[in-house]
Design a protein around this ligand. Structure first.
Ligand SMILES: Cc1ncc(COP(=O)(O)O)c(C=O)c1O
Length: 386
C-alpha cells in the first residue's frame, strides 16, 4: 500500500503540486481556441519572469529537455561552425556530442568529476581564438550528473567581449538558483518541465534573445519541427506551430502561478537553504560530498557512500523501507555517488524526512551517523531564518 506514497528526491521528475495534478486530470482543451491561447500566453509571460528576461522570445516545445538542446544547435549553426563546449558531466558531453554529430567543429573544455569550470579556462580558450572562429559557447548551468554549478555570469561576460553567442543548459537549476538572462547577457537558454517547473516531463522551454535571432537568420542546419521562425510566427498568433501538449501547458500555467506567488528570489533562497541543510547534515553524518560548497548546486547534492557500503544498498533500503527514491550516479559515477534532489516542490519537511531516513538506513548498514547532524540541521534553519 505505501508504495503509493513514493517520494521522489531526485533531480527530475520532481514532485508535482496537487493543483497542477488536478489540471492534468482535466479533458484536453482544443489547442486552437481562445481559452487555450490565453493559458498559453500566460505561460509565456511566466516563463520570461522565471528566466528574468524581457527581451527574449520563449518557445515551448512538446519535447524533453534534450529536444530543446537540439533545437538550439539546429537554429543557430551551419556546417563547420566552431563551438566551444564546457563539459562537467553527462549532459555537457551530450550537448558537445550532439553538436559534433550535426557537423560543427567542437572544442571541449572537459572538467574532472564534481569540478566547475574556472573562468581562466574559458578566457584562455576565447583568447586563443584570435580569428574569432568560435560562434557559439555551450555551458551547463547545474550539471545534474555531478551536482556542480558553473559561473555563468562571468562566462557570459567573457563571451560577450569575444563576440560569440552563449547558450546555457538550465534544464536543471532554473528556478532554484540566481540566473538572469538579460542582465547577464545570455543569448539562449533551455529548460525542461520536470525540474524546477514542478510538472511531469514532456515540455522543453527555449528562450531566444535578440542576438540569437540575428544568428538564426544565417544558420543553415536543417530544421522543421524545431524551427524558431515557425514558432515565432505562431506565437504572434498566440499559438504554437504544431499541436502542443495542452494538458502539460495547463499544468504549467498553474505551477508558474505558484512560482510567481512565491517570488523568484524567495525560491532561490529556499533552494539555497535546502542545499545547505542537506550538505551540512550529510557531512555531519560523516559522509563526503562530490563538490565544494561554492560550486555545489542548490538543485541537487552528490554524496559519496561511506567506505564498505554500496550505493545500491542505500538506494534499495531507502526505497523499500521508506518509499524514498534518490538517484544513483550516472555513467562512470554509477555506484560511486548517490544524488539527493531538492528541486522544485520541495520543503524543509521533505529534506528532513529524507535525511532522517538516510540516517536510519546508514545505521542499519553499519555506519554510525551520530546525533550531531540534527543539531547541524536545526542550526542551519536558524541561520536562514535570521
Ligand atoms: C542539466 C541537464 N541537461 C539536459 C538534460 C536532458 O533533459 P531530458 O532528460 O529532459 O531530455 C537533463 C536531464 O536530466 C539535465 O539535468
Amino acid at each position: 500500500m505505501f508504495n503509493q506514497k513514493l517520494f521522489l528526491m531526485i533531480p527530475g521528475p520532481t514532485p508535482v503540486p496537487e493543483s497542477a495534478l488536478v489540471e492534468l486530470a482535466r479533458h484536453p482543451l482544443p489547442h486552437r481556441s481562445p481559452e487555450f491561447s490565453s493559458i498559453f500566453m500566460e505561460c509565456n509571460e511566466g516563463l520570461n519572469e522565471i528566466a528574468q528576461t524581457k527581451e527574449a522570445t520563449p518557445i515551448i516545445y512538446a519535447a524533453s529537455g534534450t529536444g530543446g538542446m537540439e533545437a538550439i544547435l539546429a537554429n543557430l549553426l551551419s556546417p563547420g561552425d566552431k563551438v566551444l563546449s564546457v563539459i562537467n558531466g553527462v549532459f555537457g558531453k551530450r550537448w558537445a556530442d550532439m553538436a559534433e554529430l550535426f557537423g560543427a567543429e567542437v572544442e571541449r573544455i572537459s572538467l574532472p568529476h564534481g569540478k566547475a569550470v574556472q573562468i581562466e579556462q574559458v578566457k584562455g580558450a576565447l583568447d586563443d581564438d584570435t580569428e574569432k572562429k568560435i560562434k557559439l559557447v555551450l555551458v551547463t548551468f547545474s550539471e545534474t550528473s555531478t551536482g556542480v554549478v558553473n559561473p555563468i555570469q562571468a562566462i557570459a561576460k567573457l563571451v560577450r567581449e569575444h563576440g560569440a553567442l552563449i547558450a546555457i543548459d538550465a534544464i536543471t537549476g532554473l528556478g532554484a538558483m540566481p540566473l538572469k538572462m538579460d542582465d547577464w547577457g545570455i543569448d539562449v537558454l533551455v529548460s525542461g518541465s520536470q525540474k524546477g517547473f514542478m510538472i511531469p516531463p514532456g515540455l522543453a522551454f527555449v528562450w531566444v534573445g535578440p542576438r540569437a535571432w540575428e544568428a538564426h537568420k544565417e544558420a543553415k542546419f536543417p530544421r522543421f519541427y524545431w524551427d524558431w521562425t515557425k514558432a515565432k510566427k505562431a506565437l504572434e498568433d498566440k499559438t504554437t506551430a504544431f499541436t502542443p501538449n495542452v494538458s502539460l501547458i495547463c499544468a504549467l500555467r498553474e505551477t508558474l502561478r505558484l512560482m510567481r506567488a512565491e517570488g523568484v528570489e524567495k525560491a532561490w533562497k529556499r533552494h539555497e537553504r535546502l542545499k545547505q541543510c542537506t550538505r551540512r547534515s550529510v557531512q555531519a553524518m560523516g559522509l563526503e560530498l562530490l563538490t565544494i560548497d561554492s560550486e555545489g548546486s542548490s538543485a541537487i547534492t552528490a554524496i559519496k557512500p561511506p567506505a564498505g557500503i554500496e550505493v545500491k544498498q542505500i538506494r534499495k533500503k531507502l526505497k523499500e523501507d521508506w518509499q524514498i527514491v534518490v538517484a544513483d550516479g550516472q555513467a562512470d559515477l554509477q555506484g560511486k555517488i548517490f544524488r539527493i534532489g531538492h528541486l522544485g516542490f520541495v520543503c524543509d519537511r521533505d529534506v528532513l524526512t529524507a535525511l532522517s531516513a538516510l540516517a536510519h538506513v546508514l545505521e542499519g548498514l553499519g555506519h554510525s551517523v551520530g546525533n550531531n547532524w540534527t543539531k547541524v540541521y536545526a542550526d542551519t534553519l536558524k541561520e536562514f531564518a535570521a
